[in-house]
Design a protein around this ligand. Sequence first.
Ligand code: DQA
Length: 148
Amino acid sequence: LRILALHGPNLNLLGTREPGHYGTTTLADINQKLIDMGDSLGLEITTFQSNHEGELVDRIQQAVSDHIDGIVINPAAYTHTSVALRDALLATSIPFIEVHLSNIHRREEFRHRSMLVDAATGVVAGFGATSYTLALTGLNDFLRTNQQ
Ligand code: DQA
């Protein structure tokens, strides 16, 4: 199975960015962990980060021609604003898991709303870098039991 891991704006700064909220693990570390986990689960992992909404939309559209089976996405700040990312994900109808390092529900009010979450297969938030590996475990189980 092919999995796309998408990372939104400012996540390229992980490691030094607000460590109180996001920890000290870098994005490269997170991606490597997903790739290693993918190896043991028989998943081919592709990773992509962008600070630009349109580039994330393009990558989601491309997932169809790339035969991606599932998406793990941390939309970062676009979580709270982006109709475009929502529409792109709905257009592909590829199952996706929404991921956040921080628990967005214990933070500012404006972070409580997600434009994507009601279309997601699942959501993981609040476990730091571990949120991603939990999401990949969940997505793997979901795809293997729902896609024979
Ligand atoms: C985030 C939470 C968002 O509110 C924030 O804008 C981010 C990161 C998280 O992973 O906790 O950039 O998605």
